[in-house]
Design a protein around this ligand. Structure first.
Ligand code: NDP
Length: 407
């Protein structure tokens, strides 16, 4: 049977559990495990109400491979879906190797004490997974994830060579809070305060955080937002796997209000990740900040508006220049109506379910450790349309593509 173990009962875990339960022809027994059992129970209750399916729940410390391996065996899982935090990636891959289980995640490994993420640690598992006949799929969220598949699909069907790639992630939603992040605040703030890196002429170039920005008008009336160039992990794997790429950049929208709060929090030391002594106890300011900020998993009730995430791609086809924009628009309120979550959790959780589906069905299951763009994009693209994240393609002129003008 296609039994799965989902680790992490936060905003994304909530969506993954619901979406897997909605595809009973593929997903057999579903076990949801996390550090806090009550969160798993709350998700299981929601799944039962919305889908009628019963899922199992368990408590686990995902930092302990032996504990997770025992749970994998008990649950009978063939595949572990890791939607805990990037800190747990390696411990969970170790657990999968120990218990003989496939692995999938949505974010690459990050050590706790350095705000640095890269694939080298997980790519180093390639031989061990291949030898064990096990398969690992890295980065099966939206970005990374769908953005990698959009690129692979464009290369397969529309280009002989891809030369430039701009991934543009706009959240046109408003949650009505003074300040909140759309996914885990600790991981989100570490990501956006890091120096920017983009790929150009065969190497990564570093620039100060948020130093380059421009307005971007989304299609379909989603609106115009200021987008900021920043580093994102899919740039690393795409630059490696698409050798014709000359430039790859990632952009994300931020409101002036978000940036103002972040600047003040940084200035007063609340985004620090080194321990400080408080009343004789060591605390990490950013972890404390997470404890007082709104839980991203609870933002669904109040969030209105839409997300618009897509790729502007240029290159050549039959010797002629060509440019495309491939994107998805997702409505926060529609996500809440379907599964009780806002669109950021939804746009991450749905691709995690779809990646898991490809692995269980065998279309994307080969021994070793793989990034999304290394698999055939077609079945994944078809499933995006079938499971809640429909996409569109627009032809652009090379000038429009260079200016990131998609409407
Ligand atoms: P949350 O903080 O809401 O949820 C994380 C969950 O993991 C919590 O339930 C937490 O438990 C659990 N957890 C943390 N540490 C452990 C541990 N040691 N053992 C067991 N469980 C643990 O995060 P999100 O749901 O917002 O994000 C989940 C993942 O998705 C992150 O890795 C994030 O980077 C990734 N992501 C990827 C995106 C993409 O497009 N690729 C976009 C957005 C997010 P507890 O409740 O006890 O704290």
């Amino acid at each position: 049977m296609n039994d799965v173990l989902i680790i992490g009962a936060g905003g994304v875990g909530h969506v993954v559990a619901h979406k897997c339960a909605m595809v009973p022809e593929v997903f057999g027994r579903i076990t949801l495990a996390s550090r806090t059992l009550s969160k798993c129970e709350a998700v299981a209750h929601g799944v039962k109400q919305r889908t009628g399916r019963t899922i199992e729940v368990a408590q686990v410390d995902a930092d302990d491979p032996a504990q997770t391996a025992a749970l994998i065996r008990r649950s009978g899982a063939r595949l572990l879906i890791n939607v805990a935090l990037p800190y747990q990636d390696l411990a969970l891959m170790d657990a999968c190797l120990e218990a003989g289980c496939d692995y999938l995640d949505t974010a690459n490994y990050e050590p706790r004490d350095v705000a640095k993420f890269e694939y080298s640690w997980q790519w180093a598992y390639q031989e061990r997974f291949a030898k064990a006949g096990l398969s690992a799929l890295l980065g099966s969220g939206f970005d990374p994830g769908v953005t990698n598949v959009f690129t692979a699909w464009a290369l397969k069907h529309h280009f002989d060579e891809i030369h430039t790639l701009d991934i543009i992630d706009v959240n046109g939603g408003n949650h009505g809070k003074a300040f909140a992040t759309n996914f885990n605040p600790e991981i989100n703030i570490r990501e956006v305060t890091a120096p920017c890196r983009h790929f150009e002429d065969g190497r990564f170039v570093e620039t100060p955080p948020m130093s380059l920005h421009q307005p971007f008008t989304c299609p379909d009336g989603v609106g115009t937002y200021e987008i900021y160039r920043m580093y994102h992990e899919e740039l690393e794997s795409l630059a490696k796997h698409i050798p014709t790429l000359r430039r790859a950049q990632f952009w994300m929208s931020f409101s002036p209000n978000y940036l103002k709060h972040l600047e003040v929090l940084g200035n007063v030391g609340m985004t620090r990740i080194d321990p400080v002594l408080y009343n004789g106890v060591e605390i990490i300011p950013l972890q404390f900040l997470k404890a007082v900020l709104p839980d991203p998993g609870d933002l669904g009730k109040s969030t209105k508006g839409r997300t618009c995430i897509g790729n502007v791609i240029t290159g050549v086809r039959d010797g002629r220049p060509k440019a495309l924009y491939i994107h998805n628009i997702c409505d926060h309120e529609a996500c809440f109506a379907e599964v009780g979550s806002q669109a950021i959790s939804y746009t991450t959780g749905v691709p995690a379910m779809i990646g898991a589906k490809q692995m269980l069905e065998g279309t994307w299951r080969k021994p070793g450790v793989w990034n999304m763009e290394q698999h055939d994009p077609d079945p994944f693209m078809a499933d995006l349309n079938a499971h809640g994240l429909p996409w569109s393609v627009t032809e652009l002129t090379p000038q429009q593509a260079e200016g990131l003008q998609v409407v």
